[in-house]
Design a protein around this ligand. Structure first.
Ligand code: PRP
Length: 180
């Protein structure tokens, strides 16, 4: 599949092949750690959808999927988040892995984990493809991590600029001048 680098970008950070290979490894880790358990992969729409779709196919065991959507409100760093779409299924007693495309400040996931923990899962873990650790505001337990990424604006493989570029099969860096 040929997706030329968009003009707003200045380079590819994660090539398609590197993502595919890392996703395969993460899927194998999930199988190793969760065989025999009621594994639920939950993602926060919308960006995590692309990673979830590939990750669940790399996870060679029975697994079910569920989805949440959240929206931030109030001042950016306040961490105020509300659920705009909740899970369809109960997670009581399940081995839950929350799947994210990227963790930045950690505020979204911090809130999501608090909500899910109160619902009595047997275990609650995080699997993120990308970790922009340098921007972290709240500490989070991350069990599975694909790549550490630098503090650049990224698009592709679920990450967007005004809703566009999520469908790129690679992750690219945005030109600085586009944001300024
Ligand atoms: C992204 C990503 C995480 C969140 C991480 O979603 O998918 O959910 O940001 O940021 P944080 O660690 O600073 O909270 P975004 O809000 O861009 O929505 P989207 O998935 O619909 O693009």
């Amino acid at each position: 599949m040929n997706h030329p680098l968009p003009e707003v970008c200045d380079g590819i950070l994660l090539k398609q092949e590197a993502i595919e290979s890392r996703v395969r490894e993460l899927g194998e880790s999930l199988v190793r750690d969760h065989t025999g358990h009621d594994l639920r992969l939950i993602t926060v729409l919308r960006g995590g959808l692309f990673f979830l779709s590939d990750l669940c196919r790399a996870t060679d065991m029975p697994v079910s999927l569920d989805f949440m959507a959240v929206s931030a409100y109030g001042p950016a760093a306040s961490g105020s988040v509300r659920i705009t779409k909740d899970l369809d299924d109960s997670i009581e007693g399940a081995s839950v892995v929350v799947v994210e495309d990227i963790i930045d400040t950690g505020l979204t996931l911090h809130y999501v984990l608090e909500v899910l923990r109160r619902r009595g899962p047997a275990s609650l873990e995080v699997c993120t493809l990308m970790d922009k650790g340098v921007r972290r505001i709240v500490d989070l337990p991350i069990t599975y991590q694909g790549f550490r990424v630098p503090d650049r604006f990224l698009v592709g493989y679920g990450l967007d600029l005004d809703g566009m570029y999520r469908n790129l099969p690679y992750v690219a860096t945005l030109r600085d001048e586009v944001m300024s």
